[in-house]
Design a protein around this ligand. Sequence first.
Ligand SMILES: Nc1ncnc2c1ncn2[C@@H]1O[C@H](COP(=O)(O)OP(=O)(O)OP(=O)(O)O)[C@@H](O)[C@H]1O
Ligand SMILES: [Mg+2]
Length: 475
Amino acid sequence: MKASENILVIHTDRQSCQMILDTVSQMGHAPSCAHTLSEGLQKITSGAFALVFLEARLPDGSGVEGIAKIKVNEFSPEIVITTTQGSPDEAEQAIANGAWDYIAAPVSPALIQLHIDQILDYRSEKGLRRSSLLLDRREIIGNSKPLAASLGLLAQAAQSDVNVILTGETGTGKELFAKAIHANSLRSQGSFVVVDCTALPETLVESVLFGHARGSFTGAYASQDGLIKQADKGTLFLDEIGELPLAMQKSFLRVIQEHRFRPVGGGREVTSDFRLVVATHRDLDLMVRQGKFREDLLFRLRSLVIKLPPLRERRDDIKDLILHYMDQLYQRFRLAPKQYSSDFWNVAGQYPWPGNIRELIQALEKTLLSAGEESVIHSKHLPTHIRIQVARDRVQSPAKDPEAPAAQLPAPATPLSLKEFHRTAVSAAEKQYFKELMDFTAGDIADACRVSSLSRSRLYALLQKYQLLPGQKSH
Ligand SMILES: Nc1ncnc2c1ncn2[C@@H]1O[C@H](COP(=O)(O)OP(=O)(O)OP(=O)(O)O)[C@@H](O)[C@H]1O
Ligand SMILES: [Mg+2]
């Protein structure tokens, strides 16, 4: 019996779509469907698909032109274009763009089955099988769909030797995933070397990474291997790569391309056979546009991108995480396990957890401390700021969709004048803008002035208005 694979059908016509979906499930695979190109692309970024049946003409764009967005590297799903009105030119373009095949009506179940068999055989021979079931998940807790998609990509990363970028907000598990990629890879016997790019001392960056020869600078009494050499036969994890100084990005690009470099003050070049995994919470594409990150380096890194979802987008995992970490705490403090009240689950489930899992773990320690001897944990034991936030959110927008983006248009109980509506909507959007600006520039006012093109005094005034100045508490 072959392993079950995820297969996506992107088709406008519901009947044709259903026929392919039925064939997929009869063969024991897991079908998904989308009716527009944008819906399909979104599903692809959040799911590990082996194959996509893509209709040539979709309401929001051409499937044939969409191929390049899907087939980014060998791990990307294979694509079969389906069409009701085939044309030779279109067939040529589809194949040239990287599709596996182009099939015109009538598209029968037998033809679909044939393609599925051929493609999955090919992928399994090339070792591109989805094997998240075989993955040693280590400490990675959770069974939500978004996490399962990230685990599927983790399995792909572990099976190969390509460069990987892990992105995601703070505390979403980037380092945990990097370690799991290493532990599940053929390099697991080698070292896992972490380079924290935020902590590289400016004057010693090169010697820390590349090593140095004896006597190459004052204090260099003996020659020493750099971190890159230490990662030989193992994995080199560059954490917060967005902080790597531009000058270093250039030297580093050469190291990635050639796996060879010269230690500081050393004559001979050194080689290192490392596998590269990097992480960042920054938007590297934006940094490239701003001239802060080298485009050629990003291009090299981008073979496989794993975006870790924030906890608020996978609330189904909150309970599992709490139970797991509470058990750890009971063991650590030699306590008998406690029970949990329903209001505790409600508050923990509603809070947005901006610091993600790291924040959750810290909150649980405090909760346990405040519960003391009590045998049941209630919401009142959670840290006060969490309870306040949840209470405020409940009053402000009782029916608010927890998945909704932060910048919301005002939904007034009574209709507003258009002018009033404008004012409120602009304020909400501006506040969001300044929040992101301050996050992006890490609170650096000079940087924020440059990015926003505002004068210092105007920026201060607006930050004050929205209570975003350092030390001001914003709600
Ligand atoms: N899915 C998960 N299951 C269990 N624990 C997790 C999970 N994801 C993260 N954690 C835990 O949360 C904490 C933060 O994770 P990690 O350090 O990997 O995050 P990060 O994305 O690197 O954060 P930062 O950007 O702040 O460095 C760690 O203690 C980690 O073990
Ligand atoms: Mg980290």
